[in-house]
Design a binder for this molecule. Sequence first.
Ligand SMILES: Nc1nc2c(ncn2[C@@H]2O[C@H](COP(=O)(O)OP(=O)(O)OP(=O)(O)O)[C@@H](O)[C@H]2O)c(=O)[nH]1
Ligand SMILES: [Mg+2]
Length: 318
Amino acid sequence: MSLFKNIFSSKKKESLDKGLEKSKSSFFSKLSKAVAGKSKVDDDVLDNLEEVLVSSDVGVTTTLKIIDRIEARVSKDKYMGTDELNAILREEISGLLSETNVGNQTEFSVPQDKKPYVIMVVGVNGVGKTTTIGKLAYQFKKQGYKVVLGAADTFRAAAIDQLQVWADRVDVPIVKQSMGSDPASVAFDTLSSAVKQEADVVIIDTAGRLHNKVNLMNELTKVKRVMQKVVDSTPHEVMLVLDGSTGQNAFEQAKEFTKATEVTSLAVTKLDGTAKGGVVIGISDQFQIPVKYIGVGEGIEDLQVFNKHEFVDSFFNV
Ligand SMILES: Nc1nc2c(ncn2[C@@H]2O[C@H](COP(=O)(O)OP(=O)(O)OP(=O)(O)O)[C@@H](O)[C@H]2O)c(=O)[nH]1
Ligand SMILES: [Mg+2]
């Protein structure tokens, strides 16, 4: 069993390392430049470091916290090369993220006492909601959970088809109606069917784009309300999906969405192929809402449970 676990975790690490490749190499080349030709950590180096972190999409607030910690730790006249500074940064960022006790999960699992456990997935269009649902369904199914998907993005016909493709791929049931039908009614049907089938997990896809933002928020509220008619206190989880490759935009979306509707978890996608992976550090520092999953590719296996220690380790490991 432990050997088994090791094989899986080393696979996970490999794919995380690969997914963060661009972010890391961009970060380290900037970091090297920041200390090049310097013989000690002076204000200049700290200023450069601040710039490196901000331009790596860590975000200003989190960057300032990190700089404060480095400043407090490093005696100013001490010489420090890139490697040493890297090690200290890694420790301080790890320490900073450890101050909140979220993001420590390692397995795809849902609470056993809520059956079915209902996850409603929200986010603006194109961020990777449907793909993340497909990958998540695959992981849950692999863990032995009985999963049902609900196609409550009825705004586009293609959205329903896309979720259907994932349902077929993962081989899980999907509840859908025709395009343009009431999303709340689809959610109602999905929950009713899940209860009847004694499913363990329900994942509801929702539209990312409506005619305007107020409409979208009203619709999400209505979907929630109607679900509660079938199972009390659902959805158990409202997961906001953010596109990590948009860097600071992802931040802004998180701020806006969390203001408008209750969000209980985050997923940050498309960390592969972008140099903006540092955004996850800022997001997990600044939102009290845990980053639960990260997307590191388009494939079915390319979703990981976010663990901040593994993430920081991978980020700082060149
Ligand atoms: N490289 C990469 N691509 C991703 C990832 N997650 C999603 N994508 C791609 O992003 C695109 C949009 O994903 P969708 O799942 O359709 O996004 P959505 O939020 O459901 O979009 P709408 O239904 O239009 O609101 C697709 O081409 C996905 O393959 C990821 O982690 N990495
Ligand atoms: Mg979609």
